[in-house]
Design a binder for this molecule. Structure first.
Ligand SMILES: [Zn+2]
Length: 196
């Protein structure tokens, strides 16, 4: 899959480098359960050249951290709540460098770092845990989760000290909606066939 612009519907808000999408949400359940204990891949992987600019969506930087066993050097952004109190937590993982700090307000399209291969990355059939050689496994891990001001859901704390409650995984929800729309289309096609 090349240059798939928006796996997330209607998402003018989301920006990521032009590149090849190598892994979608929910992929490789067995591998990720074994390696990091998650129920499949929990984001989207985009491959481009090392150092490719990573661009923000508008919000506040809530986490700047280096976790070798996970996302490596990564940034998390919390967007502003909408009228229902819903907002998003966006994750940008495996960066080579980071040029923002915790608490910074960032605007749409602002450069926040460069693509890299820090943290847990896979190149070919080899898994690296924060020690990938130069040029191996370079990609951006991009994730989106929906939070809510009503404080229902799964609690998570950032390196800024801020706490958020994760309501659901946005990408999981979008996958489900996409399936429903596809099913609906199929039913309509069937009805049209019957009419003929
Ligand atoms: Zn990933």
């Amino acid at each position: 899959m090349t240059n798939l612009q928006n796996p997330v519907m209607g998402a003018k808000l989301f920006k990521w480098p032009k590149g090849t999408i190598t892994q979608l949400f929910g992929a490789n359940v067995v591998l990720y359960q074994k390696a990091i204990g998650t129920n499949g891949h929990n984001g989207i992987d985009i491959v481009a050249a090392e150092g490719t600019p990573i661009l923000a969506s508008q919000g506040t930087i809530c986490e700047v951290k280096n976790t070798p066993e996970g996302y490596g050097k990564h940034i998390r952004i919390l967007t502003e709540p909408d009228i229902y109190g819903d907002y998003l937590e966006l994750t940008f993982g495996h960066l080579r460098d980071i040029i923002v700090n915790i608490g910074d307000k960032v605007i749409d399209g602002q450069m926040i770092g460069g693509m890299g291969n820090t943290g847990f990355v896979i190149s070919g059939s080899t898994q690296y845990w924060g020690n990938a050689p130069a040029g191996r496994g370079v990609h951006l891990h991009w994730g989106a989760r929906e939070c809510n001001l009503k404080n229902t859901g799964w609690q998570t704390q950032y390196s800024s000290g801020k706490t958020a409650y994760i309501k659901n995984d946005l990408q999981k929800q979008v996958n489900r909606l996409t399936q429903i729309v596809e099913l609906y289309k199929r039913v309509l096609n069937l009805l049209n066939l019957l009419k003929k």
